[in-house]
Design a protein around this ligand. Structure first.
Ligand SMILES: NC(=O)c1ccc[n+]([C@@H]2O[C@H](COP(=O)([O-])OP(=O)(O)OC[C@H]3O[C@@H](n4cnc5c(N)ncnc54)[C@H](O)[C@@H]3O)[C@@H](O)[C@H]2O)c1
Ligand SMILES: [Zn+2]
Length: 349
């Protein structure tokens, strides 16, 4: 079970102040990137009485690195931050992943809070305690599992996000809806064009889905694997495209991954063709489904995936909307064949 406190609030400054007033700490450190320093930090600190430190990192996945981590450890050491300090990760998934990692390793761990500012981080990345950085060209390969003390979600932060970034976050909403099925899939599928108010109205339900999986399996031993749907293929494509300069956002890669992993399920006879079609058609409303080449490289990256056990690739496959099977062992040739089929259907879209 997890004991992380979370709150959805329409007054982030007051909620945070109220929460902190009940704690004993030596210093507050806000971790931001240049965008959250600009759009989000003033909303909180304009009326903040305490002395605080701001640590900033450069925005973007390519900075979720060991180098940035070292820079942050140095800032904490240089400012004589002790173990009674609290780090507040104010940003998207990049900030909470790296900030959580820094907080869970500095002096063997200091407390941290997540205040997610992107759709992706509000409904997914800030929840569940997975922290980490990219290393050796592989996404999230170094990290810890350490939950924040609390998560404060202020949905209005997403209003300043760029459309492409927002859409990327929506990919994880589609994933949650496909796993949960029922009313959540129905409500999600009714969104045919990107409407920020409709998206905001689904944030609470999506947080509940993520919390549900995490609270049953914080250490990712069984049921939480469901959330990997789309991510084994998606991460490999994302890592590959990060290294070859044709960067795709996390959610964009996961959208492609969900389609390809659904093709694998279809080819195995687990998923019906009309459901595959429904999934692909819905995802294609919001995401490019580009041709995927360089399969040897992409599948090479997949072989290093953290989710593998004893060198075997294991996927979460959908059997239907709202139904899935965990840890299905997939042979490399099935991935080649599924991507070949995906590439063909891409032409006919
Ligand atoms: N730990 C987990 O469980 C988990 C889950 C999902 C994703 N992730 C990770 O999260 C990352 C993706 O998350 P993300 O999409 O939030 O990325 P991000 O943190 O890189 O943010 C995307 C961009 O939006 C900007 N931004 C952030 N908040 C803003 C705001 N309110 N207004 C304007 N711009 C703003 C950022 O500066 C950045 O340029 C990936 O690294 C992914 O691996 C982690
Ligand atoms: Zn994801």
């Amino acid at each position: 079970m997890n004991n992380c406190f979370y709150k959805i609030t329409d007054d982030i400054a007051a909620s945070l102040k109220n929460y902190l007033s009940r704690l004993d700490y030596s210093k507050i450190i806000f971790l931001v990137d240049e965008n959250t320093a600009n759009y989000c930090l003033p909303v909180i600190t304009s009326d903040f009485n305490d002395d605080f430190l701001v640590a900033d990192i450069r925005a973007g996945e390519e900075h979720k690195s060991l180098e940035t981590t070292q820079g942050l450890w140095n800032i904490l050491l240089g400012n004589e931050i002790d173990r009674n300090a609290i780090l507040i990760n104010l940003g998207g998934g990049t900030v909470s992943d790296i900030g959580g990692f820094v907080a869970s390793t500095y002096k063997r761990g200091i407390r941290f809070l997540n205040v997610p500012t992107t759709l992706m981080s509000q409904i997914d990345a800030s929840i569940g305690g997975k922290t980490g950085i990219n290393y050796g060209g592989i996404k999230n390969i170094i990290g810890t599992i350490k939950e924040p003390e609390a998560i404060f979600v202020f949905p209005n932060f997403i209003l300043t996000q760029e459309l492409r970034e927002l859409t990327s976050g929506f990919s994880e909403m589609i994933k949650h809806a496909l796993l949960r099925g029922g009313r959540l899939w129905k409500r999600t599928r009714e969104i045919r064009v990107f409407d920020i108010n409709e998206i905001k109205s689904l944030i609470g339900d999506n947080i509940a889905v993520k919390f549900d999986f995490v609270s049953k399996d914080l250490y990712d031993k069984n049921i939480r694997h469901a959330l990997n749907f789309g991510h084994t293929v998606g991460h490999a494509i994302e890592s590959y495209r990060l290294s070859n300069g044709q960067k795709l956002l996390h959610g964009e890669s996961v959208a492609i991954g969900m389609v390809i992993e659904s093709v694998i399920a279809f080819r195995r006879g687990i998923l019906k063709r009309n459901i595959l079609q429904e999934i692909r058609d819905y995802i294609a409303l919001f995401f490019d489904l580009p041709r995927i080449d360089n399969l040897d490289k992409i599948i090479g990256i997949m072989k290093n995936d953290k989710k593998n056990r004893n060198g075997k690739l294991r996927f979460t496959l959908l059997e239907d909307i709202g139904h899935y099977v965990l840890d299905v062992e997939i042979k490399v040739h099935e991935i080649y064949d599924a991507i070949a089929e995906y590439n063909l259907s891409y032409k006919s879209l």
